[in-house]
Each structure stands twice: as structure tokens, then as C-alpha cells.
Design a protein around this ligand. Sequence first.
Ligand code: HPA
Length: 278
Amino acid sequence: MMDSSPAAITPNVDAAIATLKAKGVDSLPPLAIVLGSGLGPFADEASGAVAVSYADIPGFPVPSVEGHAGRLVVGAIEGRRVALFRGRGHYYERGDANAMRVAIETFRGLGGETLLLTNAAGGLNKEWVPPALVAIRDHINFAGANPLIGYPGQDRFVPLTQAYDPGLTADLHEAARASEIELFDGVYMWFSGPSFETPAEIRAARVLGADLVGMSTVPEVILARRAGLRCAAVSVVTNYAAGLAGGDPSHEETQEVAARAADAFKRLLRAFIRHAKA
Ligand code: HPA
């Protein structure tokens, strides 16, 4: 008979937890933030922090993308202990939609409750001048991949009706108001990458209801929801999506524009950490 325990395909979660405990991280705080493009340095602002390189935690991704150093940092921001995932694994790196599975399940296993994801995205709304910030209200999985394929057990049938927790998203908007930051609201469409989209794909994305396009976050939200975590997400629009403004999007532009948003983005995260009932 097939082993129906999740452990059957997540052999590393126990090892990852054991490794963190051996390094003195016995528990993780209820709130974690995945720091996307341009936000990595936010992890340096945590006080009394413990940092563990992903490379030292079995099953954690070893990001191959420049500008995505892999490190789990646990420390206090705004007087509140948070876990910061500095860097992420992407589907396009190895064709593995589970790149973040062990990291997410380890967070849950050590006490995590709420996951705030951040990313860089292309914008479909011409009024969102880069580097605009956008709370993700919902997503469209257009990558043809799902991390739960092959996952045994009934809990693979994860409802995604409220994948982005309305209460947390309201907290994000409240945090934006309190810190006088403009925060838009939109639907994120996941493309596998690593190539950028064609103009025809962007026209199709618009017809299908997308406001943003990007190469991350969606598999993480699916994994997090299966693990029972509440999720919220924010994109920084680093460019107009392909064909909207002429010129090619590029990884360099993404990094450069995301870095320009960092100050406002960090203020938003600090206000969220202060206010959120997460
Ligand atoms: N497309 C996909 N992913 C992205 C983009 C984009 O235009 N910009 C930043 N990440």
C-alpha cells in the first residue's frame, strides 16, 4: 500500500527542522516574509538576528539567481520577532514547483502561521508607474505546473477560494494608509519564465483578467495553503509588461527598479509588522 503521509515526499522537513534546532532556532515566529527582488537588505535590519544560510539547511533552495542570496533570518523588526526568507527558489531554475516546499513546511512545523510574500512583477495597468506597489488579491496559475501534483493524501485538494487572506490584505492596505504609501490591488498571473512574455501573451493575460505577470509566488501560496498558513502578497511593478511600453523587460531592469522601491516597500512592511493581526 502506498504510504499516504506527506512525509513520503517531504523527507527533508524533519532534517531541516532538526538542523535549525541544532543551530539554536527552536521555534519560528508566527509571521514570515519572503523577500523578493530588491528587498533582501531588509533582512539586515532585524535586530538580535540569527541567520542561517539556505545551503546549510537540507531541502532549502540554493537560489541560482543573482541578487537572490539564500538565507533565513530570524530577528526583531519594530520590536516584533519575524522570520525573513532572504531569497527564494523559482520553478524556472530547475523545473521544480516544489523549490520552496521544505522552507514553507519547516516554517509551519516550527510555529509559523502567516506568510507574506513579496516579488517583482510586470504590470498590465498603464497607470501603475514603476515602481508601483500592488497587493495581490488573487492569482491565475498559467504556468501549467502545480507543486501538489504527486502529493499523496486528501489534503492535496486545497481550496484556493481565499488564497490571499482578505483580513491580511486589509491589514496591508491599512499599513499603506498609515505610512502614506500608495498600494494598488490586482490579480497576479504566474508564468513559468525564465523567458519574459510575448506581447501576445500579455494581451491574452489581460483578457483573462490579469493585472500583473510574474515568475514566482503562486507555487509558494499553494504550498502554504496546503500547510495551513494564511497568505498575503505584494508585488513591486518593475516594468510595463511586454508590448505595453516598447522596449524589452530585462532582469537587470527588474533588479534596478525593485531596488528603487525598496525604501517605500520596507516602510510598508514595517507598518504591516506593527499593525497586522498576523
Ligand atoms: N514578467 C514576468 N516576471 C517579471 C516581469 C515581467 O514583465 N517583471 C518582473 N518580473
